[in-house]
Write a protein that binds this ligand. Structure first.
Ligand code: BJW
Length: 244
């Protein structure tokens, strides 16, 4: 794979780097993306299941979907794309991974400086008390699961129309505005506010690099769009960067 020499040099010289990932990075681990031909589940659209309204209208149906996804994710492991991002953390003085994925695979690959900005599928939240805890049982069993207080438990993920976690947003916002380079990997650039992160970084003079199978709305502003599978592009790119 050939890369622009200037791009490699910029990646070598940067000190503050932000990587923003979406479901495409986990596709090579066997986890379906949301949109596109092989997008998620049966006749339902993710948007129609991933809302608080859908949950309270039919918690059992929404839980079936999440239970099914938890089982799929439970069998999956990180791929070379996740692993390269984990090793980038050691290379840069200041590095932040912002992932929209709830699958936890970045953590499994060894990423630490990370914001899971749409939550984590392995955690549940009490709909009355708002307390969060891990629920490792897989499959869950009786659906929908209940809290000790008797209220419904919901997946601790961010649905459409819900606010993203404030601490995560503050951390992300600071890193995006201060970074030298922002790299998006495997995201359609369709869902806000994350879709605005490349524009915000660029307005603060960061270089924007996109890695995706195909062009997206982010391609219109990206300084570089590298087309291909993230599990191929990231290792090839990183090999060039760390080569003496
Ligand atoms: C590969 C590959 C390979 C494949 N290698 N690449 C401003 C304007 C308009 C609307 C809004 C706005 N601000 C807020 C909104 C409303 C809304 C929104 O964005 N709507 C859009 C549909 C327009 N946003 C919200 O409601 C957010 N909340 C919020 O902003 O609160 C304040 C507010 C509320 C209401 C109004 C205004 C303000 C919350 C968004 C929550 C999203 N939740 C989900 C579900 C999470 C839990 C779960 O997983 O179940 O998050 S939806 C789903 O989409 C999931 C993902 O994280 C997210 C992004 O999807 P992603 O990751 O990009 O996946 P895909 O499938 O879209 O793309 C995959 C890409 O990978 C493709 O490009 C492929 O080509 C590529 N790919 N294989 C490299 N091997």
């Amino acid at each position: 794979m050939d890369f622009d020499v200037e791009l490699i040099e910029k990646l070598r010289q940067a000190s503050k780097v932000v990587v923003v990932t979406g479901s495409g990075i986990s596709a090579e681990s066997g986890i379906p993306t949301f949109r596109g031909e092989d997008g998620l589940w049966k006749k339902y659209r993710a948007e129609e299941l991933a809302t608080p309204q859908a949950f309270f209208a039919n918690p059992e149906l929404v839980w079936e979907w999440y239970d099914w996804r938890r089982q799929l994710i439970g069998k999956a492991g990180p791929n070379p794309g996740h692993q390269i991002i984990a090793s980038m953390e050691d290379y840069y003085d200041d590095f932040l991974l912002i992932t929209q994925n709830v699958d936890g695979l970045h953590g499994k690959a060894g990423s630490h400086n990370m914001v899971e900005i749409h939550g984590n599928i392995w955690k549940v939240k009490c709909t009355e008390e708002n307390t969060e805890k891990f629920l490792d049982e897989n499959p869950i069993g009786q659906l929908p699961p209940k809290c000790e207080c008797g209220a419904l438990l919901r997946p601790a993920v961010v649905w459409f129309g819900e606010s993203l976690p404030v601490d995560g947003l503050v951390r992300a916002d600071k890193a995006i505005k201060e970074c030298d380079i922002l790299i998006t990997v495997g995201t359609s650039g369709y869902v806000y506010p994350v879709a605005s992160f490349p524009m915000i970084a660029q307005a603060s003079r960061a270089l924007v690099i996109e890695i995706n199978l195909e062009k997206t709305p982010i391609s219109q502003i990206a300084d570089y769009t590298l087309l291909g599978k993230s599990g191929d592009v990231l290792p090839a790119l990183w090999h060039k960067v760390i080569q003496k």
